[in-house]
Design a binder for this molecule. Structure first.
Ligand code: ADP
Ligand code: G6P
Length: 482
């Protein structure tokens, strides 16, 4: 029947990312898994509701023993996740060495990055190992959807292997970071390999038009690819489509959680604790690109500018531990700790700085009691925390203060207060404006953002569009994807 063929077809999707939706840890000799954090996992979570797929990725730790590998695979199987095991040195060089110390900073316009060949070789090797692991699970007609900067060579490596095996599959690639303007991308000596790697995809998705355009211009200038037709790139007899996809969240997950009795209890406690105090919340992975030092300086400037607000404002900042084996992240953590101490020493204790992960229920309670959400990214692919805050503000109509450099800002600036994160004065004024808005202004901003968040939860329809077109030509598939 038609329904059967649809559900069979839905099995024909393979998702690939470096990080699986669950991270595995070794605890007292056995294995435990917990939900991974980060925008990629959040944005794909909604998809699991209606679509079946296999999700390939690195389990996050080294597992050598075959029996242990079996155990880890079984733990993950319940979530359709399939681990690709990597030796720890190789994983370290790929993940920390190349992906996070070289590629991530360049994608986010950070200067001073030094290229090194050892991590680059590991990056290539890991992309090959991923291709080897995936090619056997794919059949002709399977849609393979690859995510993010850790796997930019994978489309080409996989295409090659699929062709060798006589399989015809559509390959999609989604980048969850910015793509920088051409001149900045030149900082990366191996840039050509990465772009060519991507161009074996049928469709490449970006978060904003700006990132997409930067990519297309790079293809034209670096590879002499033909780009006269909007959104299409012709290179070496291949036609590659590009598009912008607004990756959203599943807002219902937040509204449902807010209804839970223990979350309601927690909200009551927090409201009691912060009676008469304006609560500003920030939730970020502890990462340079989130502009956390800028946030603390801006908050410090705001407190200097408004002594009358002493004891009347609190900033609750959750800094989720991230990439802790990378030196730059360790240095940042130390700097933030020092800054937090200074601010609290100087102004009473207006800052609650938490360097830890908080449970989901606590996160939603925090979002819900906050009058303001302050996000200060110096560059950021999208920033889904902005969406999540809005999803939790049905009653309060809190104000989003959002850096103009977050991808989300290109869609949400009308409903938020935007500012330049390098300008302390501007940040201080933006915070003051946010806490001073009258209820009518707050309501109208909130309604704009609410509609935007509710209207952009469409991974499901994107996926249906793709799946119905898996057997058609790639260019057609690209159009259907929208
Ligand atoms: P990034 O992808 O750079 O981390 P985003 O703002 O797009 O930035 O996404 C961060 C995601 O991580 C959000 O969905 C947020 O809810 C989630 N998150 C934050 N803290 C935790 C946590 N303790 N556990 C799991 N997920 C978390
Ligand atoms: C960003 C990246 C994701 C990544 C996430 C968390 O959102 O785009 O690919 O998974 O950060 O980072 P981590 O290094 O823990 O995977």
């Amino acid at each position: 029947s038609r329904m059967d063929s649809i559900s069979n077809e839905k099995q024909n999707l393979i998702i690939v990312s470096n990080r699986l939706p669950l991270s595995v840890k070794r605890v007292d000799g056995s294995f435990q898994s917990s939900l991974s954090s980060g925008g990629l996992v959040t944005s794909l979570a909604g998809l699991t509701k209606s679509t079946q797929f296999q999700w390939f990725g690195w389990p996050g730790l080294e597992v050598r023993d075959l029996g242990d590998r079996e155990e880890v695979s079984q733990t993950l199987e319940a979530h359709n996740a399939i681990p690709i095991f990597l030796d720890s040195t190789l994983a370290h060089e790929h993940y920390n060495g190349f992906s996070n110390r070289i590629l991530w900073p360049i994608l986010h316009y950070q200067s001073g990055v030094t290229f090194d060949d050892t991590p680059w070789q590991a990056y290539k090797r890991v992309n090959e190992l991923f291709a080897d692991a995936i090619v056997d699970s794919a059949e002709s007609g399977t849609l393979i959807w690859i995510h993010d900067y850790h796997l930019m060579l994978l489309p080409e490596l996989l295409r090659h292997r699929l062709t060798q095996q006589g399989k015809s599959c559509a390959i999609g690639f989604s980048l969850h970071t910015p793509f920088p303007a051409g001149d900045f991308w030149r900082n990366l000596p191996v840039r050509k390999h990465l772009i060519e790697g991507l161009l074996s995809s049928d469709l490449i998705g970006f978060h904003t038009d700006e990132y997409k355009q930067n990519f297309i211009e790079t293809c034209a200038s670096l590879l002499n690819a033909r780009t006269e037709i909007p959104n299409q790139i012709q290179y070496k007899n291949r036609l590659v489509c590009t598009n912008k996809f607004i990756v959203g969240i599943d807002p219902q997950k937040f509204t449902d959680t807010l209804q839970m009795p223990e979350v309601q209890d927690r909200i009551r406690t927090l409201k009691e604790r912060y009676k008469g105090v304006k609560v500003i919340v920030g939730v970020d992975r502890l990462d340079h690109i989130k502009g956390l030092t800028q946030k603390l300086s801006g908050f410090d400037a705001f407190l200097d500018d408004h002594p009358e607000l002493q004891n009347k404002v609190v900033l609750i900042q959750v800094a989720v531990p991230s990439r802790e084996d990378v030196k730059e992240y360790q240095d940042l953590e130390r700097d933030l700790c020092t800054m937090a101490g200074k601010i609290n020493g100087k102004h009473g204790t207006p800052l609650l700085y938490m360097h830890r992960s908080v449970p989901f229920a606590e996160l939603t309670a925090l979002y819900s009691v906050a009058d303001v959400c302050l996000l200060t990214s110096t560059r950021d692919g999208m920033n889904l925390v902005a969406f999540e805050y809005v999803a939790c503000q049905k009653e309060r109509h809190g104000v989003l203060v959002l850096s103009e450099f977050a991808g989300a800002s290109s869609f949400m600036s009308q409903g938020s207060i935007s500012f330049h994160p390098a300008n302390k004065t501007e940040m201080s004024e933006a915070i003051f404006d946010a806490i001073s808005l009258d209820p009518a202004q707050r309501k109208s901003k909130y309604e704009y953002l609410r509609d935007f968040v509710n209207e952009n939860t469409r991974w499901d329809s994107i996926c249906d569009g793709k799946l119905s077109a898996t057997n058609t030509r790639s260019a057609k598939w690209g159009q259907d994807f929208t």
